[in-house]
Design a protein around this ligand. Structure first.
Ligand code: ADP
Length: 460
């Protein structure tokens, strides 16, 4: 007789964490608190990683290049077998949204801590994601839910129907790449040709789509968590409008100034969409928000860098909830239990030059981290840690929580003042200046604000 999901609940006791850096520490902590054993992996560059020492097993799976280590599916599966892991947590980035990997993990008889391969595949293609969301009643950015054809006249007609400015996006795009804004008709075909070529090279698919370019939106996202038994809740919203080159720098929860009656139906539509596609685990629906309306842009089918701000305001340990969902447990939360207390900010501390934003590798010679009520630091670094040039420059996340937005801003100023990293360059001076900015304090910011603010700063 096939086992039911309830019978299979708790079906693993050892988790291999297929990631590195701060998120490897974060996931390991959640596993331990759930009484699970952990397997850490590393590349040659990460042999000295502190989370290697605290894991139950620690295996080096390949050379420093991510392609040969953290993206090497066979090596990760072999490590899981050798260490006796029953599940793999992919973290974010690397293989976390790779449907083929999720499939390979399950075929190897292990649990992938994330949604099914088919959910990842639907959401990984931005066109099929948009189609699924439209079908579930989630509001989307105006534009067709089909790929652009090759015929120039049809493309021109679609652009006219949407109305300029439009944005051309790669169906397989990610990480802020594979997008081009088209202000008017005379540059349309050139923009399409350039984006197609970029998409083919970067994402292995020339499939593009077109939508309205919103000129002054905010980036608002909704966190969901679902079990395998048809239960799903949304845990409130975040504002991630502070972006540089489409990359988030500061995030906050809740998104300020959005009336509950405007956001509630959107949250419920996200939950409905999850139930409709049989979604499992945690996920994030990303929206642009302009003039009181929400427009879906994409779904991230994984844990996100900014999940802590929602943890601080909802009191839910999102990583533990994700692992428990993968174990087959029934969600121990109903929508009515979800609350949002106070306000939270997260700053991404990057090893990079605060003026040029060029990555900065080297040894951390001195480190002082802030502490106190409502302050949380998620990091893997310590004094003597060598920041390698091979990976993302994120070295720590500084998270604060306070009763109001103004108090949370003051707390972040204090936390940033108490953070000292020497030996490498970091963006801390830039973050300190940003938290002194009047318009940011007033909340008068959209997705273009940070770039404009940086331009002004350079000019003065
Ligand atoms: P990625 O998967 O590369 O992160 P997204 O679709 O999430 O791409 O978009 C990233 C960012 O690009 C958004 O946060 C926003 O700043 C901008 N963007 C995307 N679509 C639009 C649009 N239709 N209008 C205006 N800005 C957009």
């Amino acid at each position: 007789m096939p086992e039911t999901l309830e019978q299979s609940a708790g079906r693993f006791d050892t988790v291999l964490i297929a990631n590195r850096g701060e998120i490897a520490v974060r996931i390991q902590r959640a596993c331990r608190e759930l009484g699970l054993k952990t397997v850490a992996i590393c590349s040659e560059a990460d042999r000295q990683a502190p989370y290697g020492k605290t894991a139950d097993s620690f295996l080096c799976i390949g050379p420093s290049s991510a392609a040969k280590s953290y993206l090497n599916q066979d090596a990760i599966l072999l490590a899981a077998r050798l260490a006796g892991a029953g599940a793999i947590h992919p973290g974010y980035g690397f293989l976390s949204e790779n449907a083929a990997f999720a499939d390979a993990v399950e075929k190897a008889g292990l649990v992938f801590i994330g949604p099914t391969a088919s959910s990842i595949a639907i959401m990984g293609d931005k066109i099929s994601a948009k189609r699924a969301m439209m079908a579930a009643g989630v509001p989307c950015v105006p534009g067709p839910d089909t790929a652009l054809p090759d015929d120039p006249a049809t493309i021109e007609r679609i652009a006219l129907e949407i109305g300029y400015p439009v944005i051309i996006k790669a169906a397989g795009g990610g990480g802020g790449r594979g997008m081009r804004v088209v202000p008017k008709a005379d540059v349309l075909h050139e923009a399409i040709a350039l984006t197609r070529e970029e998409a083919r090279k970067a994402f292995g698919s020339r499939s593009l789509y077109m939508e309205k370019f919103l000129e002054h939106p905010r980036h608002i996202e909704i966190q969901v968590i679902c079990d395998d038994h048809g239960n799903a809740v949304w845990l409130g919203h975040r504002d991630c409008s502070m972006q540089r080159r489409h990359q988030k720098v500061v995030e906050e929860a809740p998104a300020r100034g959005i009336a509950p009656d405007i956001i509630q139906p959107v949250g419920l539509a996200c939950v409905q969409a999850c139930l409709q596609i049989g979604y499992r685990g945690v996920g994030t629906f990303e929206f642009l928000y302009e003039d009181g309306a929400f427009y879906f842009i994409e779904m991230n089918t994984r844990l996100q860098v900014e999940h802590p701000v929602t943890e601080m305001t909802s009191g839910v340990d999102i990583v533990q909830a994700q692992i428990r969902a993968a174990q087959g447990h029934v969600l121990d939360l109903i929508q009515g239990d979800v609350t949002c207390e106070g306000h939270s900010f997260e700053c991404r501390i990057n090893a990079e030059d605060p003026e040029t934003f060029l990555p900065s590798a080297g040894v951390v010679t001195h480190l002082a981290l802030p502490a106190g009520p409502g302050i949380r630091v998620d990091t893997h670094i310590h004094a003597g840690y060598k920041v390698s040039p091979y990976y993302d420059s994120l070295i720590a996340k500084l998270i604060v929580h306070a009763p109001t937005r103004a108090e949370a801003m003051a707390r972040m100023r204090e936390a940033l003042a108490g953070t000292e990293v020497e030996g490498i360059s970091t963006n801390i001076p830039f973050l300190r200046a940003l938290f002194e900015d009047g318009a940011f304090a007033q909340g008068e910011t959209d997705i273009h604000y940070l770039e404009q603010w940086l331009k002004l700063r350079r000019a003065t």
